[in-house]
Design a protein around this ligand. Structure first.
Ligand code: P6P
Length: 336
């Protein structure tokens, strides 16, 4: 019965009662889900309101901004400041920490990529928002980036919104992963995917194969074995997917398994990798691990990477546990 479903807000209140929380967490999550609903609305209006094309500005990543990049960032900054729960925020779109006026007693720090995969907007392919919540360390200056430089294992919550054929919000607070679907007519997220779990094995890999000439030996070996199919060492055929939208890739892996790779390669390693540690790789790794998967740089557990700066890049290999562990073993074998 569709009307027997539980809303995200009720789910959070249940979690709060179970954990004996103060309600601050439920309130700050409410700000985030409101921001995601607003971004979903703007994404779905698309070209009708001039949300396509370019904004004519460049962000701290030296990437050309889309109008929706700027709008989504403004929405996240505004809506998440209202609740007074965050001492400060950090965004992929902002060079420095964003101080939150009037939140002197805020206990949390919010990091986000307000619109990930935005190169897909004009071609109407799914995009998403990614968020991560840390505690403000005792005595730390919330307006200093140092307060944010905590390894992924310190996250208290991580999640994403996927603006796809339906808008979904998927989140973890360290007690499994749950997925919620937005009912636009009611304006609420409803629990539709309780206790999401990643199959340990898969026949599907995701990588940008146009970078094959840059790959290191372990990655090349792994992909070649997948491509060799059932006649090869893996004894089974594999399928490949690449959406160029990490949120969509991770969501597919949560639903049916798979391995996502944006590994170090001889070109991107000069910058540390492609994807950002603090507001892409860490939140997605928390979600994947909580769903029974694994996430690594190839050489170490990703959530144990010690951050050195807010916009640090990192190699990312995540998904079905047995596949991620296989690729880690290939790295160990070559001592890289
Ligand atoms: P490429 C989107 O820009 C992003 O940060 C991830 O969402 C996505 O997985 C990756 O970059 C795509 O990179 O090199 O294929 O465009």
């Amino acid at each position: 019965m569709p009307y027997k479903r539980i809303t995200l807000t009720h789910f959070l209140l249940q979690e709060q009662r179970r954990l004996g929380g103060s309600g601050a967490f439920t309130s700050l999550m409410n700000d985030i889900l409101t921001a995601c609903k607003m971004v979903s609305h703007e994404v779905n209006r698309g070209a009708l309101v001039g949300n396509h094309g370019v904004a004519g500005t460049v962000n701290v990543q030296d990437e050309e901004q889309k109008p929706l990049d700027v709008l989504a960032n403004d929405i996240f900054l505004h809506m998440n400041a209202l609740g007074g729960n965050y001492a400060a925020m950090a965004s992929e779109e902002l060079e420095d920490v964003h101080a939150v006026k009037g939140s002197a007693d805020g206990k949390y720090l919010l990091l986000f990529d307000p619109l990930d995969g935005s190169s897909n907007i004009d071609v109407n392919i799914s995009v998403g928002s990614i968020f991560s919540i840390l505690r403000l360390p005792e005595g730390a200056d919330p307006n200093s980036a140092n307060a944010f430089l905590q390894p992924g294992v310190q996250q208290v919550c991580a999640g994403y919104a996927l603006y796809g054929s339906s808008t979904m919000l998927v989140l973890t607070t360290g007690n499994g992963v749950n997925g919620f679907t937005l009912d636009r007519d009611v304006g609420m997220f409803f629990l539709t995917h309780p206790n999401m779990t990643i199959p340990a094995d898969t026949k599907e890999f995701a990588i940008n194969a146009s970078r094959a000439r840059f790959w290191e030996a372990p990655v090349k070996r792994y992909v070649d074995e997948c491509l060799a199919g059932k006649e090869g060492p893996r004894g089974k055929d594999f399928n490949m997917r690449w959406v160029a939208s990490m949120v969509a890739e991770v969501h597919r892996i949560l639903i049916r398994g798979g391995i996502f790779m944006y590994p170090a390669d001889v070109e991107n390693i000069k910058k540390g990798g492609k994807l950002r540690l603090m507001y892409e790789a860490n939140p997605m790794s928390f979600i994947v691990e909580q769903a029974g998967g694994a996430s690594t740089t190839g050489r170490q557990r990703l959530m144990e990477v010690p951050p050195t700066n807010l916009h640090q890049r990192v190699p990312v290999i995540l998904g079905s546990k047995n596949e991620v562990e296989r690729l880690e073993a290939y790295h160990r074998e070559v001592g890289e």
